[in-house]
Design a protein around this ligand. Sequence first.
Ligand code: FES
Length: 192
Amino acid sequence: MESASHVSPAPVTRAILVLGSTAMRRREPREARRRFARRMIGGLATLAALALGWPRLRRWLPDADLLPPGSEQFIDVGPLQGFMAGQPTAVHLTLPDAPARARPVVFVLGSPEGAWRVFSSVCPHRACVVEYRAEEAGFRCGCHDSRFDAAGRRQSGPAPRDLDPLPHRVEAGRLLVQWKRYRPGTPESVEG
Ligand code: FES
C-alpha cells in the first residue's frame, strides 16, 4: 500500500493549488502596499497631532532654561489699582538682562485690607507653569495635577510646598516686584 506522503495530487487538485498560490503571490504586493499606506497615514496623523498639540503641550513642560536667574532689581509691574482683591492677576516680568523670550509670569493678588501677595507661576514640583482657573478659584498645574488656592497655598498633588512668594514693595502707588528662581522639589523655598 502506498504511504500518504507519496500520493501525488490529482491534476485538478494540482491546478487548484497552483492557482491558489499564484493568487496569493498577487495579493501579497497589494497587502504590502495597503500596510505601507496604513503606516504612512498613521505616521502623518501622529505628526499632525503633535504639530497641533505642541504649543499647548509646550506651555506645561518644565522650562528651566527659559527661567532667568533671580535678580536684586525691583521691577515696576503697574499701579496698585490694576490688581483686584481676591482675583490673582498674571504679570509678565521684563528683566533687564534676560532675553526677551525669558519673561517669567508672576501672580499678584490684592486683598480688601490693602495687602498684596505676589508669587511665582512656577510649580514647585518640577517647574511647570501653573494656570489660574477662575471656576475653581485656584491654580492647577497641568503636568502632575498639583493644585493651589487663589493665594498660592498648596491644596493637593505632588508639589512639596506653596507657590513661591516673591519680594515686593509699593512705591508711589505702584507695585514693584523682585524676580527669584527657586529650586523645584524641595519642601522649603531655596533659591537657585
Ligand atoms: S510640575 Fe507641577 S505638579 Fe508636577
